[in-house]
Design a protein around this ligand. Structure first.
Ligand SMILES: NC(=O)C1=CN([C@@H]2O[C@H](COP(=O)(O)OP(=O)(O)OC[C@H]3O[C@@H](n4cnc5c(N)ncnc54)[C@H](OP(=O)(O)O)[C@@H]3O)[C@@H](O)[C@H]2O)C=CC1
Ligand SMILES: O=C([O-])CC(=O)C(=O)O
Length: 267
């Protein structure tokens, strides 16, 4: 039996758990959960039978094959560092944290020394398989244009001083590099960091708030010496958390399920 611990019992953590329970992810059990939100943690524990942990320290001491971080950019350093130090593989959803080169290198070294893996799912975008291959040529430009409904961007927009009720037509609310993008939209644009890590090239990012949009749209463009890639995904958002695309959670489910598969498809 493959044993998982989950930090962050929100939309993605709960979805992964349901896919363990319904057998989409086979021979697997969610054995431990942790969340700073007690209600969500208790709810997920009730659903899965997993042990409620008092802290990340408690969770990583359990007998686990994989720790899933599905909490927040701010949680990543503690969760990943403690997982690897305690000889556990870790899957990171809040990939945005890895925009910090020092953290990226620290975790990479910890993983190497522990003989453990850090998994970064494709999340809410597509095309990383091709981009990773293109990277072996010369990457010239990486662009991500994200369009989300206004309510999906609400927290970040309020912090930036927008009165969200005044947004009546599509507005470009951000244009800049991946480093600024994840700082200003930490819960909305993790994908820009995943993309930049896959390409090993910093993405240019544009974020559009569209009051008429119903879907989370990500348009990825990569220009390289090997060719040009254009991928556009239009994702259904989660009801429980409209900031998050369903595809992001499905991508994590697929990654965990594939760990046990003998045949690997895609780069
Ligand atoms: N890689 C990708 O493509 C994508 C990544 N994401 C990222 O994945 C993560 C999970 O997303 P989602 O499930 O939708 O988010 P949710 O907000 O639905 O769930 C996150 C849960 O984690 C809790 N939490 C936050 N910080 C901590 C912490 N430091 N320690 C313990 N618990 C914590 C939250 O508590 P509370 O509610 O009290 O804040 C909440 O219960 C987010 O960081 C999100 O930005 C999302 C979509 C795509
Ligand atoms: O789910 C999405 O559409 C993307 C997202 O929130 C993120 O990358 O943080």
């Amino acid at each position: 039996m493959f044993k998982i611990g989950i930090v962050g019992c929100g939309a993605i953590g709960s979805f992964i758990s349901k896919k363990v329970l319904d057998g989409t992810i086979k021979n697997t059990k969610v054995v431990a959960v942790y969340d700073k939100n007690l209600d969500k943690m208790e709810e997920l524990s009730k659903l899965t039978g997993a042990k409620i942990c008092k802290s990340v320290d408690d969770l990583v001491k359990e007998d686990l094959d994989l720790v899933v971080e599905a909490a927040s950019v701010r949680a990543v350093e503690e969760v990943a560092e403690k997982s690897l130090t305690n000889k556990k593989d870790v899957l990171i959803m809040s990939v945005g944290a890895l925009v910090d080169k020092n953290l990226f290198l620290k975790l990479q070294n910890l993983a190497k020394n522990a003989g453990k893996k850090i998994y970064l799912p494709s999340g809410a975008i597509g095309g990383l398989d091709a981009i990773k291959a293109m990277r072996l040529g010369k990457i010239k430009e990486v662009i991500l244009k994200t369009t989300k409904p206004v309510n999906a961007l609400e927290d970040a927009l309020k912090n930036l001083g927008y009165n969200v009720k005044d947004i009546k037509e599509p507005v470009i609310v951000f244009e800049g590099d991946v480093f600024e993008a994840i700082k200003e939209f930490p819960a909305n644009i993790n994908v820009s960091v995943t993309l930049s890590i896959a390409a090993e090239f910093p993405a240019k990012v544009m974020i559009v708030a569209d009051p008429n949009a119903k879907l989370n749209k990500h348009e990825v463009i990569v220009k390289s010496s090997i060719g040009k890639l254009k991928v556009c995904v239009e994702n259904v958002p989660f009801e429980e958390n409209p900031r998050t695309s369903a595809l992001a959670a499905y991508s994590a489910v697929r990654l965990i399920r594939d760990l046990a598969e003998p045949i690997k498809v895609g780069t």
